[in-house]
Design a protein around this ligand. Sequence first.
Ligand SMILES: *Cc1c(COP(=O)(O)O)cnc(C)c1O
Length: 379
Amino acid sequence: MINKRIFLSLSEQSGFEADYVQKALNSSWITSGGPNVDDFEKELESYINEKCYITASNSGTSAIHLALILLGVQSGDEVICQSMTFSASANPILYQGAIPVFVDSEWDTWNLCPESLEMAIKDRIEKGKKPKAIITVHLYGNPYKIDEIHAIADKYNIPIIEDSAEALGSSYKGKKCGTFGEFGVFSFNGNKIITTSSGGALITNSKKLKEKAIFYATQSKDEAVHYQHSKIGYNYRMSNICAGVGLGQMKILQHNINSRRAIHSFYKEIFKSIEGVTLFEVPSDDYYSNYWLSTILIEPDTVKNTSREDLRLAFENANIETRPLWKPMHLQPVFEKYPYYGGKIAEELFEKGLCLPSGSNITEEDRNRIKEVVSAFFK
Ligand SMILES: *Cc1c(COP(=O)(O)O)cnc(C)c1O
C-alpha cells in the first residue's frame, strides 16, 4: 500500500472562505477590487499594527514590480538583490529593463550579507552607477539582519524593497517584517503562510503611494470621463473573489504560524542528536520567525558516502516531499551574466540545504513517518 504523500507546504482552510466568496458572488463585485479587497487590506493593516497602507495585488511578483515602478527604476538602472532567493524577487528588475546586481548571504540568517552589500554598493558607485534600490528577502520567514542592512542603505541613501513574501507574521525586535523598507511585499500564493489562491500585497507608510500603486495596478487611467492614459498601466489588482478567500484565511493566520513553529520544534527534537545536521534557527530573541519552512544543512559524508540528495531520495521513497533550498540567482542560467558580489555562502547553502515538510496540516502520523525516515537514514 502506498502511503499518502506528505507535501512540503500545504495550507489549511478556516471554513469561512466560502462565505466571503459567496458574498462576492451574490453582489455584483465579481471583478478586480471591491469590498472584500478593501476589507482584506484593512484586516492586514490592523494585523501589522503599525501605521501602514496596504494595496492588495494579484501576486507577490506584481507587488515587487509595482514597488520598482514607484521608486522610478528605469531601463539601465541597477538594482541590488539578495542572490539566495526565489526568482520572483529578481524577475521584476528585468521587467523594468533594469540590471540586477546579486549579493551573497551570511551564515546567521542566510540572508543578505552586510559586508558584501557594502562592497557591492561601493564598487557600483565607483563604476559610475549608484544602485537605485535594494531588494532584501526574509528567506523562509527568517528576518534578515535588519539593523545592519538598513544602516548601510541609509548611509548611501538607497531605498529598500523588503521581499516579505514568505514572512507574514515574522518580526524583528517586535516590529513586523514588511514594515522596515520603503516598500514591503507579501505573497498569498498557494504555498505561503496564508493563501488567496494567488495574490500579494504592497506595504507603504504613505497614503499617496498607495493611491499611486492602485493607479498603476488598474491600468493607469487618468482622471477623465473617457479612457485616457499618460502612463503605462498594469492589470495587477487583487480580485474581489480572491480577497474573499483571504478574509477567511486571516482567521487562521495565527494558527498557521503556531503550527509551523510547532513543526520547527519537532524537527529540533529529532535532529538534536544527529551530528552533521543543523536545523536553521534564528540567531537571537530579537528575531521572531513564522518558520514558513523548516530547513536543515547536511554536511556531506555525515553518513558515509551520502549527501543532501541521498536524504532527499530517502524521503521521496517514503512519499514525503522535500526540496533543496533555492538555487542562488547568480548561478541561474538566466541571470549568470549579471554582476555578483560575495563568496560562496549562498552556493554552499544550496549544496547542503534541504527544506522539510512544514505545512500546518501535518498530522501526528505524518510526523512519525518523517521520524522513521530520519532514524533509518542516520542509524
Ligand atoms: C512566493 C515568493 C514570491 C512571489 O510571490 P507570488 O505571489 O508567487 O508572485 C516572491 N519572493 C519570494 C521570496 C517568494 O517566496
